[in-house]
Every structure is written in structure tokens, then in C-alpha cells.
Design a protein around this ligand. Structure first.
Ligand code: 4AD
Ligand code: MG
Length: 459
């Protein structure tokens, strides 16, 4: 007999005499003549109820079943007289793989997120984390679906690079030099290193994506990204996934149109395909989730300039921890005020002062600001960061010189501005931050399977 997953069984049209499910026991209750068990196999939030009659030949063993025990059950799928479920299984045979001991950490009670982080290898077995990681999986699929429908090509950008796209110097070094040897010599000789020069884990696939957008038209990268930022916040991890669309013949406005369409599409996909799992979050995790999702789906995102945003913040009655003024980088408290309190929906900020943005952003006519765009969302702050790219060779060379970037190192990037350069734009969306937005989970460590943060690389 073939194993059926519980999500399929629970949606069955009619009963049948031979079903086989395999999973883990969530709870068991013993009555006089039989035992009730709730089985979960991870395929969905719901459990299936199993009834084991005392006339089963291994009933003595069945009585030893504990929470967490792994089992294989065959029997009949019958209409359930109980409330809340359509079907249950009358067991004909129960095989036990392994009885979970008394000290199984996930006994039926509420655990804190902090505790569950210390058992990140077991937490996907809980309702909340099972739901979170099913949604994560579904959203990966939705991203590829969206871009397939729009005719974009998927670019797998390299993870080991020789350049620092963001210029923030927050990179993890990649080397195979022997640390003892380095210590003896008192310095690193990069010419002796694996690549013959300095190498890092990528902070962004953008520069690769630009080369491919200028060849294939519209492309996107979606993969792991690494940042050695020493910031222990609820929105930063050292390894995260970034989605980066890059579009040829695209200006800043079209870039924002694209970002808005993307966020709406993914959110709508989640509400359709992850209905049960999302319901858990609006019920138990964040009561304001429903209205927030509605605002994303049904309202046009706001669009203002950085300068306008700074004016709004300066007039705000709210006391901020960090001072704001023209030229300062906005802090998360400012970003959240704008999205949460002022606009009450996602808001695009454009045209940031050039001093606080990377070299590749297109210079505006005022020569003070660049065609940058950030999307700020309630509860999180920055979800998307991007720009129109500087496509004019002379302007780009000037900017690089001002920022003391070596044109030699970026010869290939500059080539793209020499040969058939065109206006183009793109952005990066932090995948984990998007998951926080649609689940209401408030710590980024809880939407990524095994979070990597300063001082922590367990599992
Ligand atoms: O704004 P960022 O730094 O933009 C770039 O890297 C551009 N090169 C992207 C592009 O234009 N193709 O990062 C993009 C997004 C941020 O808005 C944020 O959502 C997320 O990546 N992000 C992080 N997420 C989790 N942990 C971190 N440490 C993050 N740093 C950035
Ligand atoms: Mg940014």
C-alpha cells in the first residue's frame, strides 16, 4: 500500500478501507476499549485522528506510545463523528518505529520562541514553526512562478566573489591559507591564496545580475547572501536569502511598479495557498496581521522622496532614539514610523543623498541625490533596497574615482557601460524580512531554518 500524506487525506472526497499514513504522535488518550491518537506528518497544520481498538494484536505496545513517537498506521478512512475534522482513521495495524522517551522536549505545552531557538533542530515539529517553514517553502515556489509568468530568466550568481557590491566592507573572507602560516609570516599574502587575490562571500548578486540583464533582458537572482554586520537585531542575520530582479530598459518608476507588483503577488499567493498556516499566525502570533495583509493587497503603496520623508520625521511628535536630519541614514525606528504610523501601509522612499548610497546608483540631475529606492513596510522597516543604475560611463567613472574605487578591479563592470549601455534598474528584497511581514513573526531568527548571527552557529 502506498503512503498518503495527511493533507491529501483530510481533503478526501470519500472514505476508503485501505489508507496508510506515517508520522509522529502529537497526543494520545486512552479510553477503556480503545486509544485515540493525533498524528501529524508535517504535510499540513492539521493532525489526523486515529482510533486504535484494544483488539489490535500489539495493543500492549500501542499503550506505551508517547508524544513524539514515530508510527506507521494502516486502516480505514471513515467520516469522523467528532467536531472539527471530517475524517479519521480506524486503525487495522499500527507499527511503531521508535517510542520517544519521557524527556522528549516538545511535550504538549506552549514553549517560548527563545527556548525553541535552542532546539532549532526540533522546532519545525511544532505547529508554529511547521507552519512558518511550509510558508517559506511555498514562497520560494511563488517567486519562481511569478518570474516565469513574467518571462524573466533565473540567474544563479556566484557566491564567492572578488568585489564588494555594497562597499560597506561587511564581508566574510574566503581563504584556504593556513592560519598558522599567516601568523608566522605576520601577514596574509593573497597572491599565495586560492584565487591569487582577496575573495569573499557575496553580499549581493547585483553586479552579476546587471551583466545578465544587459544580455538576456530581465533576470532575477535568488539565493544566499552573506553579511558580517555586527548587528544583533531582530532583523539581521549573517546569512540570508535575497531576491534580486534586474531589468534592462527600466527606470526608477518602473522599478517601483515592479516591486509593488511582486510584493502583492507573493502576498496574495500566500493567502491562497497557505490559508491554514497563515490563520495560525493571525490567531496566535499577531492579531494585526489580517489588516496588514489587507493593506498590502488593496492599497496603492505610497511614494515619497527621502527629503519629504525627513521633513515628515522632523515634524513627528514621536520621540526618536536617533536624531534625524537631511543626510543621515534612516534608522529602523524612523522607517517604521513612516510605514506604520504615518502612511499606515508600505511606502517607497526615493532619491537619497549620494553620500549614504553605493557607487552604482544613478546620479540625479541635482547632482546631490541618486536614484535610490527603499521600500519600507510596517513592523519591519526596510524590505527592499535598490536603484536605477548609473549607465553613463563618464558619470560612473567620476563617482568611482570620488569613492576611491579601483577602475581596474571593475573593468568588466565598466565594459557594460562601453558596449551598448542602456538604462536599467533593480533591487534586492530580503526574503526573511518578507516572511516576517506576512507571518507577523517578529524575530528574523524564527523564519530561517538555522539562523547564523554574531557569536552563534549551532546546528
Ligand atoms: O539594501 P541592500 O543592502 O541592497 C543590496 O544589496 C542591493 N545590491 C540590492 C540590489 O539592488 N540588487 O539589501 C537588500 C535587502 C534589504 O532591503 C533587506 O531586506 C535585506 O536585503 N537585508 C538583510 N536581511 C537580513 N539580514 C541582513 N543582514 C540583511 N541585510 C540586508
Ligand atoms: Mg539597504
Amino acid at each position: 500500500m502506498k503512503r498518503t500524506k495527511i493533507n491529501i487525506l483530510l481533503n478526501a472526497d470519500g472514505g476508503t478501507d485501505d489508507v496508510l499514513v506515517k508520522g509522529w504522535v502529537r497526543t494520545k488518550r486512552d479510553a477503556k476499549e480503545f486509544s485515540f491518537m493525533e498524528i501529524n506528518d508535517g504535510s499540513c497544520l492539521a493532525n489526523i485522528q486515529v482510533i486504535a481498538n484494544s483488539n489490535l494484536e500489539n495493543y500492549l505496545d500501542i499503550q506505551k506510545i508517547t508524544t513524539g513517537t514515530s508510527v506507521s498506521i494502516s486502516g480505514s478512512l471513515i467520516a469522523s463523528p467528532g467536531k472539527g475534522q471530517k475524517w479519521e482513521i480506524q486503525a487495522k495495524n499500527i507499527d511503531i518505529f521508535s517510542i520517544a522517551p519521557e524527556n522528549y522536549p516538545l511535550q504538549k505545552k506552549r514553549h517560548t520562541d527563545e527556548f525553541l531557538r535552542t532546539i532549532a533542530h526540533l522546532r519545525p515539529r511544532t505547529n508554529k514553526y511547521g507552519a512558518a517553514f511550509r510558508i517559506r517553502s511555498e514562497m520560494c515556489y511563488a517567486i519562481h512562478k511569478f518570474y516565469k509568468e513574467k518571462g524573466f530568466r533565473y540567474l544563479t550568481a556566484p557566491l564567492i566573489t572578488g568585489s564588494d557590491c555594497e562597499g560597506a566592507g561587511e564581508m566574510f573572507r574566503v581563504t584556504n591559507l593556513d592560519p598558522r602560516q599567516i601568523k608566522k609570516q605576520g601577514k596574509m599574502d593573497f597572491s599565495q591564496d586560492f584565487f591569487g587575490q582577496e575573495a569573499n562571500l557575496t553580499v549581493s548578486g547585483q553586479l552579476s545580475a546587471e551583466m545578465f540583464a544587459l544580455s538576456l533582458g530581465d533576470v532575477y537572482t535568488f539565493g544566499p547572501t552573506f553579511r558580517a554586520e555586527n548587528s544583533n537585531t531582530s532583523r539581521h542575520v549573517a546569512e540570508f536569502w535575497m531576491l534580486e530582479p534586474e531589468m534592462a530598459f527600466c527606470d526608477l518608476n518602473e522599478n517601483m511598479d515592479h516591486g509593488e507588483e511582486l510584493v502583492k503577488y507573493l502576498t496574495e499567493h500566500a493567502t491562497k495557498e497557505c490559508e491554514q498556516d497563515l490563520a495560525l499566525f493571525s490567531k496566535f502570533v499577531d492579531k494585526a496581521l489580517g489588516p496588514r495583509i489587507d493593506a498590502i493587497l488593496n492599497q496603492e503603496f505610497a511614494r515619497v522622496t527621502y527629503t519629504e520623508a525627513v521633513e515628515i520625521l522632523e515634524k513627528a511628535k514621536k520621540k526618536f532614539e536617533f536624531k534625524v536630519g537631511y543626510g543621515t541614514d534612516l534608522q529602523s525606528e524612523h522607517e517604521r514610523y513612516l510605514a506604520e504610523d504615518y502612511f499606515k501601509k508600505p511606502v517607497f522612499l526615493i532619491d537619497y543623498p549620494k553620500e549614504i548610497k553605493p557607487f552604482y546608483m544613478r546620479m540625479n540631475d541635482d547632482e546631490k541625490t541618486v536614484a535610490a529606492v527603499d521600500l519600507l513596510v510596517p513592523k519591519i522597516g526596510e524590505l527592499i533596497g535598490g536603484s536605477q543604475r548609473e549607465e553613463r560611463l563618464d558619470v560612473l567613472e567620476n563617482r568611482m574615482a570620488q569613492m576611491e574605487l579601483s577602475q581596474e578591479d571593475y573593468w568588466w563592470y565598466l565594459d557594460s557601460r562601453k558596449y551598448g549601455t542602456v538604462p536599467h534598474s533593480g533591487f534586492g528584497m530580503g526574503f526573511e524580512r518578507f516572511l516576517m511581514l506576512i507571518t507577523g513573526i517578529s524575530n528574523i531568527r524564527d523564519v530561517i531554518p538555522f539562523p547564523r548571527t554574531p557569536g552563534s552557529i549551532d546546528f
